[in-house]
Design a protein around this ligand. Structure first.
Ligand code: FFO
Ligand code: GTP
Ligand code: K
Length: 468
């Protein structure tokens, strides 16, 4: 990645009003910018100086605090100047504009999203997994997610990755040395216990993967889609899960026309619960006590959207009315569910049907009997959702991993698997064994960002918020 040493500036605090707001500037050498802003004021590095921030003509914008960090002892590893003022959007904007004007000759420009952290990465202040953790910490929506992002930021995740890489490197050295002495190849695997070393690495990798996969759940959560015929109680179930009246509930079939999404948390795992329009066809029999009304355009579009949501679901909650029992229309609905997506079949309205709240593992799906309206059996559903998500409370520290990390770990696992196969062959394909180890190392290194492509770096940092 090309590192342009052009100075950058941005408002580092959240948009809107706050007690304090911060404008941050970073550059290889900020002396000219500081001089333009504050004349010949001398700043002692990392000390708070209380002073007026002024326009070019001397009018005061704000009275604030300036902190100057001298390269390389700063967040970015460059010179950093922080102007901490009163956190009003207008003051902050004026302060930022003033900085950009003062730094014009030095080439000062507005920072791109993630650019401060990108510089921290390029200056080796943070590795890639840590840089990603900065963004994940800011985005964390639960305490559990924040805790594991903070773990990764402190370098705990990178450390276990480095430890794995070291083990791989050690084994590689043994193998490569042997490759130079072909006559010794034959008993290399025996003498060095290469298979044992490989098995140790595989076990360690597996453990990291499990911790990372659990952490990934905290970050991404699951899309849970409520689907079923009209009036079975989908909106009622969303409301009870959300603990709030987010969707409209009426006895009129076809009330929900568009999707309603609400993010809830169960044990720190974010679940996006999506209520959808009830699915029906023109020729479905009308419900008891209701006339068969035609499907209007709005409802038809709503039902199309339901299917679009079902396609994107991580888990489908198929709702049925326990007091009515299964219907042929439900068979048609089930037939259209995408393959491989877990379905929980929920029999709602047990207060009417007389069933007890229960969970039933059946061959087709897990069936849960509950009542959304009476709040009976809801905890059974929460537990089942956690089980499907794969959430296990081990009490171990987790790393707030991203999909990218999981994929790299999976690939590393596959290369180790291949290496093990070569090791098991009697013809001792040592060079192939060595190559698989090299590939394993590359995959692991991509997590912390050694030899990562510019394209990937660009994508990762562009998803940060502004000023970070
Ligand atoms: N005001 C302020 N608060 C902030 C930040 C900031 O940039 N400014 N941060 C930013 O997002 C986070 C803190 N991160 C930081 C990381 C490193 C250094 C730093 O000066 N590092 C030096 C010195 C280390 C030391 O003294 O031990 C270095 O790495 O050499 C500063 C902030 C959160 N709070
Ligand atoms: N007795 C009883 N009634 C319920 C229960 N859950 C929902 N209802 C009632 O069933 C009716 C329909 O509920 P909704 O939650 O709007 O159903 P829906 O599946 O979202 O309906 P559509 O918008 O038509 O798709 C309302 O009158 C609810 O009060 C339940 O557990 N027991
Ligand atoms: K509804």
């Amino acid at each position: 990645m090309i590192y342009e040493p052009i100075p950058i500036a941005a408002i580092a605090t959240a948009p809107g009003r706050g007690g304090i707001g911060v404008v941050r500037i970073s550059g290889k050498d900020l002396a000219p910018v500081v001089a333009a802003l504050f004349g010949n004021t001398q700043f002692k590095p990392r000390h708070a100086s209380y002073l007026p921030f002024t326009q070019a003509d001397g009018t005061v914008i704000d009275q604030g605090i300036a902190i100057y960090f001298k390269a390389p002892h700063s967040y970015t590893g460059e010179d950093v100047l922080e102007l901490q003022g009163h956190g009003g959007p207008v003051v902050m904007q004026m302060l930022l504009s003033r900085c950009l004007e003062a730094g014009k000759d030095a080439g000062l420009r507005l920072a791109e999203p993630g650019e401060f952290t990108q510089r921290a990465f390029l200056n080796d202040k943070l590795d890639l997994a840590q840089a990603e953790a900065v963004s994940d910490l800011i985005e964390a929506s639960t305490e559990a997610a924040a805790k594991s992002a903070s773990q990764s930021l402190s370098g705990a995740f990178s450390k276990v990755i480095h430890a794995l890489v070291e083990k791989v490197v050690h084994l590689r050295m043994l193998v490569e040395a042997t490759l130079d002495f072909p006559e010794e190849e034959i008993d290399f695997l025996e003498k060095s216990n290469a298979r044992g070393q490989l098995a140790t690495i595989q076990t360690a990798l597996q453990k990291v993967f499990e911790q990372a996969a659990q952490g990934a759940l905290l970050r991404a959560g699951l899309n849970v889609v409520l689907a079923g015929q009209p009036n079975v109680g989908k909106s009622s179930l969303l409301n009870v899960l959300a603990g709030d009246d987010v969707a409209i509930v009426t006895p009129i079939a076809g009330t929900t026309r568009d999707k309603v999404t609400e993010t809830i948390h169960i044990e720190g795992i974010p679940l996006n619960i999506i209520d959808t329009a009830g699915i029906r066809h023109e020729h479905d029999e009308p419900e008891a006590g209701q006339v068969a009304n035609a499907i209007d355009t709005v409802e038809r579009i709503g039902i199309e959207r339901t299917w679009a949501e079902v396609e994107k679901a991580d888990v489908i909650l198929h709702l049925l009315d326990a007091s009515r029992g299964p219907t042929r229309a439900d068979d048609a609905i089930v037939a259209r569910f995408p393959e491989g997506v877990p379905v929980i079949r929920i029999w709602n309205k047990i207060d009417l049907s007389g069933h007890h709240a229960s969970v039933d593992e059946m061959s087709d799906a897990t069936h849960i009997y509950l009542s959304a309206h009476e709040h009976i059996g809801i905890d059974l559903l929460r537990k089942e959702l956690l089980r499907i998500a794969g959430w296990e409370q081990t009490g171990e520290s987790l790393y707030l991993a991203r999909e990218r990390h999981l994929i790299a770990l999976k690939h590393a696992h596959e290369h180790l698997q291949n290496a093990a196969e070569y090791a098991a062959q009697n013809d001792q394909s040592l060079d192939l064994f060595a190559e698989e180890l090299r590939l394993t190392q590359d995959r692991l290194n991509s997590i912390t960002g050694e030899f990562t492509s510019d394209d990937l770096l660009g994508v990762i940092f562009s998803r940060f918020c502004i000023g970070k």
